[in-house]
Ligand binder design. Structure first.
Ligand SMILES: [Zn+2]
Ligand SMILES: [Zn+2]
Length: 157
């Protein structure tokens, strides 16, 4: 499938005008599995020699988020919001507090819980977000290595 025409469809379906910048941003999301900050998108666009202001990126991201094309995630302890394409797949994030890597998980533990809440509280749940914080496999291995060698690394800051 042609990438650009998909973006055009997405924009059209949301009643948005199809602009070069919107298309560029959407294609960057498609190429990256990880959620991105506005600054990362800015850097990627600069690599492609696309001239765009950071403030323009923020404005486009806001519009795309409002239209549901993009999902905005805020990670605890990090002031920068992350953006990713909304594939209408319900997913959760595993956030490593060491390397800040974000891993997507498809499984959702809340389906039954939502049903129960609806029965109990009469509350119709439309969506939920969940970020799980911890230490990834890779960082755990690194920590284990350090412990094994017994070298006391001075901690920074
Ligand atoms: Zn990690
Ligand atoms: Zn869920």
């Amino acid at each position: 499938m042609n990438e650009i025409s998909t973006h055009k469809e997405m924009l059209k379906d949301s009643g948005l005008k199809n602009t070069k910048h919107r298309n560029s941003i959407l294609s960057i999301f498609e190429k990256n599995a990880q959620p991105l900050t506005a600054e990362q998108i800015y850097a990627e666009l600069a690599n492609q020699n696309t001239s765009i202001n950071l403030s323009t990126i923020y404005r486009i991201l806001k519009t795309l988020t409002e239209k549901g094309l993009v999902i905005k995630t805020t990670i605890k302890g990090d002031s920068k919001a992350l953006f990713e394409l909304n594939n209408n797949e319900h997913r959760h994030h595993l956030v490593c507090i060491e390397c800040k890597e974000i891993t997507m998980v498809d499984e959702c533990p809340f389906e039954e819980y939502e049903k129960k809440l609806k029965e109990k509280m009469g509350f119709t749940i439309l969506d939920h977000k969940l970020e799980i914080y911890g230490v990834c496999n890779h960082c755990q291995e690194k920590a284990d290595e350090k412990n094994k060698t017994g070298i006391d690394q001075p901690s920074k800051g």
